[in-house]
Design a protein around this ligand. Structure first.
Ligand code: B12
Ligand code: SF4
Ligand code: SF4
Length: 301
């Protein structure tokens, strides 16, 4: 629970239209380790998107509210996950972990491999006896460790903090033209970069967690499928998964697939990329196709 005296909690409670005795509870839901071997010709989906954790956490929180306060109507409480609220700061204040140099909230038991989700309840509901967790403030910013800073392919992590425009994850769902240095470091990501989490010592010894079924996707998606499928076909493939969100468009995924193909040196996909270019109808996809063709044809020479 976020302490009631927290100015941030007070501000959010008021902004969201709750009375001043409202309360915010925030939780971290572990992400299952996916173990599929990486194969050539496949665009990779990061484990946090191989299952629909955001929806699952919301569904579970709904059940909790039903149990502790069955009299509440939907309008009397709010559930959130991957929202526009400052979820990491709320989790920090609730004692769920400390601030990592990688700009993520790190919990002592499950590291940063967790999805944050919260609920705002009206004040008269008592869910927990609140006793603050161990204060992890001393661990903030990770001491002398710089592993994530060194490993980040885009150079997004530095002493100045986190720069989202240099983060590959930002570009996987950004509709603009991808900068060339990001294109060159793209690797085989279709959606979701986890390099700054994979390298982090806090994520090495986390306990195994059970997989959930909701929105399950394989870790690798054939690039040939993404390069040949119609927009509607791609949409329906990802529907109800973590990647079915409205802002992740089929054209963005095709652009990401083109960047994967170039980074993997898959010159056999040149004809499919040429066809995509001729039908692109999107500046970012067009730009990616031109760049990929240049890279792949140069490699062939
Ligand atoms: C937009 C977004 C992104 C953007 C920009 C992220 C950024 N750091 O600015 C992009 C696409 C780059 C991104 C990438 C990723 N994201 Co993201 N993202 C979000 C989202 C949806 C909104 C963030 C936002 O703008 N909030 C509004 C502003 C006002 O709040 P804020 O970002 O928290 O910042 C405020 C404060 O919290 C504080 N603050 C800033 N940074 C930090 C860091 C810490 C640790 C703390 C305590 C406070 C703090 O300063 C700000 C001023 O008030 C959040 C969900 C959420 N609501 O937090 C997920 C979220 C932050 N993302 C998450 C994750 C896991 C990722 C990725 C690892 C995804 C992936 N696997 O590919 C990468 C990691 C990149 C990185 N190293 O940060 C998780 C983080 C979980 C955790 N353990 O911390 C969140 C919380 C989603 C969730 N519900 O689980 N993300
Ligand atoms: S998600 Fe990837 S690109 Fe973004 S900060 Fe982490 S390592 Fe860097
Ligand atoms: S890799 Fe090191 S510096 Fe980066 S978040 Fe983890 S402990 Fe902190």
């Amino acid at each position: 629970m976020v302490p009631k005296e927290s100015p941030l909690a007070k501000e959010i409670i008021e902004d969201q239209g709750f009375s001043s005795d409202g309360q915010i509870i925030i939780a971290m839901f572990p992400i299952h380790r996916e173990n599929e071997a990486k194969e050539k010709g496949m665009g990779q989906i990061a484990p946090f998107s191989c299952r629909n954790y955001y929806k699952e956490t919301i569904n579970r929180m709904k059940l909790i509210v039903k149990q502790v306060a069955p009299q509440l109507t939907k309008k009397q409480y709010r559930l959130f996950s991957n929202s526009r609220l400052p979820e990491k700061s709320l989790a920090l204040e609730a004692g769920l972990g400390f601030r990592g140099k990688n700009s993520l909230l790190i919990n002592r038991s499950i590291g940063s491999r967790g999805v944050l989700a919260g609920m705002i309840l009206p004040g008269e509901i008592k869910v927990l006896e609140y006793s603050p967790e161990e204060n992890d403030e001393a661990l903030s910013n990770c001491g002398n460790c710089r592993l994530c800073e060194k490993a980040c392919p885009g150079g997004a992590i530095s002493d100045e903090g986190f720069c989202k425009e240099k983060c590959l994850q930002f570009w996987t769902t950004e509709s603009g033209i991808v900068p060339d240095d990001i294109k060159r470091n793209w690797g085989s990501i279709l959606y979701g970069c986890t390099i700054c989490q994979d390298i982090c010592p806090w994520n090495r010894k986390i306990p195994e967690s059970r997989a959930i079924d909701l929105g399950a996707l394989p870790q690798g998606i054939p690039l040939t499928f993404l390069l040949t499928a119609a927009q509607e076909e791609i949409k329906s493939y990802f529907r109800n998964s973590n990647m079915g969100m409205s802002w992740i468009t089929p054209r963005m995924l095709q652009r990401n697939a083109v960047l994967c193909a170039a980074n993997e040196g898959l010159s056999e996909l040149i004809p499919l990329i040429e066809k995509r270019l001729s039908e692109a109808k999107d500046p970012s996809l067009e730009d990616a196709c031109r760049w990929a063709l240049k890279v792949l044809k140069r490699d062939q020479d």
